[in-house]
Design a protein around this ligand. Structure first.
Ligand code: ASP
Length: 343
């Protein structure tokens, strides 16, 4: 490609993206692919990401690989029965079945995904095996289960008594349409999330950069509570719920997956960072696109994005207030409240 053609393409991409945002979101452009070496960092969705980050840090802190870190990290909420949006204890679909979605992506665009997987407590580890042991990227439903069992995973009942009770309660007034939460937490007077809020859906999306400067990501969820059987959200869709480009950065999402899939949200965020947007600006622009497509609907649902760039900068943005993300590095261990489109 000629230099002038390349320049033209670059400026038209920047021009159109900036125009959609209504302002120059690339004002603080700092687009270099230089990684910060020896400064590992892990970033994940929500306040419960803090506990998951501890698991990731056990790998990262010892100089381990980002891919191992994100797998280890998200296995923590997957195994936690009190987290009703991920793995064991996840709220079921409207037929009472716990169906899990997960994907993983490394620093070389290798990726693996499982969709609508039942009975396996760690879908993320099955997704990793799909990536490493098969010529494919995605396995679904029974095929994913067969693959997991053939690779030594144990079949378990993932429906806890608490989640079964919640489902039976929901069934009393069940609508065909899944219900979706806006507020994912109860908040105290300082607007800090407190445990115990209504919580029909959430996801752990996690991104890490290791000491060598390589990035990986993982994303795992039980999806929208009381969804139709067979429904798959954004979380296991590479580019929607998660994307990693080791030259630029990574992004992940939580919230109503249908809206994220429509804009291929996480890939969009990474591409915006490629053209100079900071992580927060890129997440904001992705949220703006959801609002632009469907202004009315966007008032009634939650979607949040979080991103980490190759320079170790991170940021997030959501539709509604209440979205948070957790960060751990050598110098930071904190849950950040993301800014939101609606206040
Ligand atoms: N993104 C998930 C899904 O649509 C749910 C969530 O993160 O809240 O399945």
């Amino acid at each position: 490609m000629s230099t002038s053609r390349r320049k033209f393409l670059r400026s038209s991409v920047i021009g159109s993206a900036a125009a959609v945002g209504g302002s120059n979101i690339f004002a603080s452009s700092a687009n270099t692919s230089t990684a910060i070496k020896n400064n590992p960092v892990v970033v994940s969705t929500w306040d419960f990401g803090k506990t998951a980050n501890v698991g990731a840090w056990e790998v990262l802190g010892k100089g381990g690989r980002a891919l191992d870190a994100v797998e280890a990290g998200v296995r923590i909420p997957e195994a936690d029965p009190t987290n009703q949006t991920i793995g064991y204890g996840g709220l079921p679909d409207r037929d009472g079945r716990v169906t899990l979605d997960a994907c993983i992506m490394d620093e070389k665009y290798n990726c693996g995904s499982v969709m609508c997987l039942e009975h396996i407590i760690h879908p993320i580890s099955v997704a990793r095996l799909v990536m490493e042991k098969t010529p494919h990227i995605i396995l679904t439903g029974d095929g994913a289960l067969q693959f997991a069992l053939a690779n030594g995973f144990r079949k378990q009942n993932l429906l806890t008594p608490e989640s079964e009770k919640a489902w039976k309660e929901w069934m009393k007034s069940a609508n065909y349409k899944p219900e979706m939460n806006i507020e994912n937490r109860l908040y105290n007077k300082d607007n800090d999330p407190m445990p115990g809020g209504p919580n029909n859906h959430d996801t752990i999306g996690m991104m890490a950069m290791d000491a060598a400067g390589n990035m990986s990501g993982a994303c795992t969820t039980s999806g929208l509570a009381y969804k139709m059987h067979g429904r798959v959200g954004d979380s296991p869709v590479i580019g929607a719920g998660l994307y990693v480009d080791n030259e630029i950065g990574a992004a992940t999402s939580s919230g109503v997956g249908e809206e994220v899939i429509r804009i291929v949200g996480s890939h969009l965020v990474v591409e915006l960072m490629r053209h100079g947007a900071t992580p927060e600006m890129a997440c904001k622009e992705a949220v703006n696109r959801i609002v632009k497509r469907s202004p009315e609907k966007s008032k009634t649902i939650q979607v949040g994005f979080v991103a980490l760039n190759k320079q170790g900068q991170y940021g997030g943005y959501s539709l509604q207030p209440g979205f948070s993300y957790s960060v751990k590095s050598n110098t930071v261990e904190q849950v950040f409240k993301a800014k939101s489109y609606y206040q």
